[in-house]
Design a protein around this ligand. Structure first.
Ligand code: SF4
Ligand code: SF4
Length: 376
């Protein structure tokens, strides 16, 4: 239970960013009937924390708050988090314009938590120039946000500096899961410690790593299932995050009624991880490192003569991620962005100039065939 809102609330949050869409539909075509069932089950089981953002589902996630929550349940019975999209800010006046749109879309008069969305090293200048921090404080002063903070996607060192300069921050949303806890790139543990050493509370995003830890490589699943056949593999990831002290909410971007059912069961009767269970998670982290992957060193020698300008090392990296998490969904998104202007794996003409230059003797062309099948 978290006491952050002055009352005890259960620590599972409903992330409204991967909602089901109608068959064949796009991001905006949310299946409201199905989402209503998911929201109802979530609330019926005693949960109340919802997380949306201006950009999720092209703006339609915020309308879910109105249709499925605000129009049906009394205001005091749930908490809503929303976020300011910094990439849409060109000048000072944009903050209020966007915020008013968010109130209108959600049908709310205030947000329980309001974040600056996705702060990283690159956004600090913009915030200073456009008065972003002042605007955030003004929301709290005007009663339009009960609590303020930011979501964060960069290494720990800048986070220390930001928190020292902004003691008004009450809550930071961080990417935390057992795989990224000690990773050099995400630095979950160091970011978490930066917050907690200053008494700042934490909301956890990506506890299941975008769904990847729900269905990882069979070797990992075996570790968890041998220990406790009843518990879902995803529940280990949720419990890892929720066991951390000072966590207000663990967000799960749920896409189906089954996921709501599983997550709410895990967190209804939440028990922190035991020492023995922590040892199993450590075993899983080591097992991840041992999964055989393509030994590409990203030297890029293979790209020099490729007539199709294929970004071979990035594609091989995506295949390695696929191998670990057994799901192409996350890689597909990155792949489509990367190859939007060309250089798809399927454009390979089989000339093998790349293989001639690869110091690791990687059979690049056959891996590209696999990538084309999986990601295109
Ligand atoms: S075999 Fe394919 S990937 Fe390799 S150099 Fe030729 S076109 Fe590029
Ligand atoms: S040359 Fe081989 S090791 Fe180097 S980036 Fe290309 S595939 Fe990877």
């Amino acid at each position: 239970m978290s006491d952050f809102f002055g009352k005890n609330i259960k620590e599972l949050g409903f992330g409204l960013m991967r909602l089901p869409v109608v068959p064949g539909g796009e991001q905006k075509d949310i299946d409201f009937e199905q989402v209503q069932k998911m929201v109802d089950l979530f609330i019926e089981r005693g949960f109340s924390y919802f997380d949306t953002a201006y950009l999720y589902h092209n703006g339609y996630s915020e309308t879910v708050v109105k249709r499925c929550l605000v129009d049906k349940y009394p205001r005091g019975s749930f908490q809503v988090v929303d976020k300011m999209p910094l990439w849409n800010i060109k000048g000072k006046e944009d903050y209020e314009k966007i915020f008013r749109t968010q109130l209108e879309r959600t049908g709310l008069e205030y947000f329980d938590v309001y974040y600056l969305h996705g702060i990283g090293v690159g956004s600090l200048d913009l915030l200073d120039k456009t008065g972003g921090w002042e605007y955030l404080r003004s929301l709290k002063d005007r009663g339009l946000a009960k609590h303020i903070g930011f979501s964060y996607h960069s290494p720990a060192e800048p986070l220390n500096r930001i928190l020292d300069s902004h003691p008004e921050v009450e809550l930071v949303q961080l990417q935390i899961n057992y795989v990224d806890w000690d990773s050099e790139s995400v630095q979950s543990r160091l970011c978490y410690e930066a917050c907690r050493s200053r008494g700042v509370r934490v909301a956890v995003m990506e506890p299941v790593k975008g769904g990847s830890l729900a269905n990882p490589h069979p070797n990992i699943q075996k570790i968890f299932k041998d220990y406790n056949p009843e518990a879902s593999v995803a529940s280990w990831a949720i419990r890892f995050a929720a066991s951390l002290e000072g966590v207000v909410s663990v967000l799960s971007g749920m896409s189906s009624l089954e996921q709501v059912d599983d997550n709410t069961k895990t967190m209804s009767d939440f028990k922190p991880l035991t020492e023995a269970e922590r040892a199993k998670i450590a075993e899983a982290v080591s097992a991840f490192a041992k999964i055989p992957t393509i030994p590409c060193t990203s030297c890029k020698y293979c790209m020099d003569e490729c007539p199709k300008k294929i970004n071979i090392p990035s594609i091989l990296g995506m295949l390695n991620e696929y191998e670990k998490y057994q799901s192409a969904a996350n890689q597909k998104f990155g792949y489509s962005m990367m190859t939007a202007m060309g250089g798809k794996a399927s454009s390979c003409v089989g000339c093998r100039l790349c293989e001639k230059h690869c110091p690791q003797n990687i059979p690049i062309t056959s891996h590209l065939k696999k990538a084309a099948k999986l990601f295109e």
